[in-house]
Write a protein that binds this ligand. Structure first.
Ligand SMILES: [Zn+2]
Length: 105
């Protein structure tokens, strides 16, 4: 995995600003960091999810492939507003009125 320095972040464990590496992403798309000094792995801006990364990833995937929020909620056992919120926080453009206006040819 490619690692590069990121000086703008600070290790939450040892408070060092040196040797902070980028190390992949979480399922929600948050940048993961790795402290080269104390070997601590962390996420600078963690999102407060109540669900696992895999569940969120699945919800987003379903939404983005055209499923309604209600359908996603049903499939994953969560509220559709959750699914929409995740998508919104990911910066994805999900049509919010997809459930209300069902266009049937
Ligand atoms: Zn550290």
């Amino acid at each position: 995995m490619e690692m590069e320095t990121a000086k703008e972040t600070k290790c939450p464990k040892c408070n060092s600003t040196e040797g902070q590496m980028k190390k992949g992403f979480t399922g929600a798309g948050s940048q993961r960091r790795f402290c080269n000094k104390c070997k601590h792995k962390y996420t600078p801006n963690p999102k407060k999810w109540a669900y696992t990364e895999e569940e969120r990833r699945q919800a987003l995937r379903l939404l983005l492939s055209g499923n309604s929020g209600r359908g996603v909620g049903k499939a994953l056992g969560m509220s559709r507003s959750n699914a929409y919120r995740w998508a919104a926080e990911e910066g994805e453009k999900i049509p919010r009125d997809v459930d209300k206006r069902k266009h049937r040819p």
